[in-house]
Write a protein that binds this ligand. Structure first.
Ligand code: GLU
Length: 304
């Protein structure tokens, strides 16, 4: 086994010296005051070994990273029917871009852009008895930690300012690709995005995608084929309009969020999570991208 702790220490101390740490997302007011100097990395191997450096035990807003977890729950509940309502192609556009949705008759390009994730929220609102409670319990199972929670201030902040998400949901509704009321679906979506986790909790949450669909509590949530599909979607669509760049530099399936988190994995090997809230112009964590590029280069562990 490589000396993971030494490798993490090296890439951490190299990345933290970057003169340009990016810019903290401010379009969600509650995220704007996060200290840009936070930086943590955590690695969980498939054998259950954990390695961490920096702020890997501090909570942050997982934002769009939650879209992968919502997708996996929807696939567990309705299987292939998900693909009647959302496509699997990269959008090549920002996460909240609306033009394509209109041109493509209300079928979002993929489940990891906002409009696609809102369709997935609609499926969960339809299928779960108590959507917000049940989804949180699902996440707690994955993480193997009942302390994981929504951040109500972040959810409220998005509710008050998420005008583009209201526009997307209304467009979806006009194309009959939203079954529940717009307000109800978005309330669920904003809560889902507001979930807070640490790097180590996120590595645990994504363990099932590196472990054939089985979570840390030993429950089988999704089958091998579904895991393959979710990992493929992360690789092609997980980084806004920079998915090609992430595959090119890092070479792992993964997902980023505007809170500055990135989680990436190599099936049967490891899950790695980084958090640094400064974003590049495409909305991906600047230091996180740098650190992950160094990680797969130094360890030679990528899917390529
Ligand atoms: N909740 C954010 C939004 O809907 C998620 C953005 C992101 O992390 O990509 O705008």
């Amino acid at each position: 086994m490589p000396d993971y702790q030494a490798i993490l220490n090296t890439i951490y101390s190299e990345a933290i010296q970057a003169s340009d740490k990016g810019i903290v997302a401010s379009y969600i007011p509650e995220l704007a005051h996060i200290d840009i100097n936070n930086f943590g990395i955590h690695l969980r191997t498939s054998e259950g070994k954990n390695f961490g450096v920096g702020d890997y035990n501090k909570l942050f807003s997982i934002q769009s990273i939650s879209k992968v977890l919502a997708l996996s729950k929807a696939m567990e509940l309705v299987g292939e029917a998900v693909w009647d309502r959302v496509d699997v192609e990269p959008s090549g556009n920002p996460f909240n871009f609306l033009t394509l949705l209109e041109v493509e008759n209300g079928i979002p390009r993929n489940p990891l852009i906002n409009s696609g994730a809102i369709v997935i929220s609609d499926i969960l609102v339809s299928k779960l008895k108590n959507p917000k409670d049940d989804f949180l319990n699902y996440i707690r199972d994955l993480v193997n930690d009942n302390s994981v929670n929504y951040n109500m201030d972040v959810a409220q902040s998005e509710k008050a300012t998420g005008f583009k998400n209201y526009a997307a949901a209304n467009l979806l509704k006009s194309f009959k690709n939203l079954n529940n009321p717009v307000e109800e679906v978005l309330d669920f979506y904003f809560h889902q995005c507001s979930i807070e986790m640490t790097c180590s909790q996120l590595s645990n949450a994504f363990y099932l995608f590196a472990n054939n669909g089985c979570c840390l509590r030993n429950k089988l949530h999704i089958n091998d084929r579904q895991v393959k599909r979710i990992n493929a979607i992360m690789l092609t669509c997980g980084f806004y309009d920079e998915a090609g760049e992430f595959a090119f530099e890092v070479g792992l399936p993964g997902k980023s969020g505007v809170g500055g988190g990135i989680v990436a994995l190599l099936p049967d090997k490891f899950v790695i999570t980084t958090w640094s809230p400064g974003l590049n112009v495409k909305g991906n964590s600047k230091l996180g991208m740098l650190a992950l590029e160094q990680f797969t280069t130094k360890t030679k562990l990528s899917i390529f």
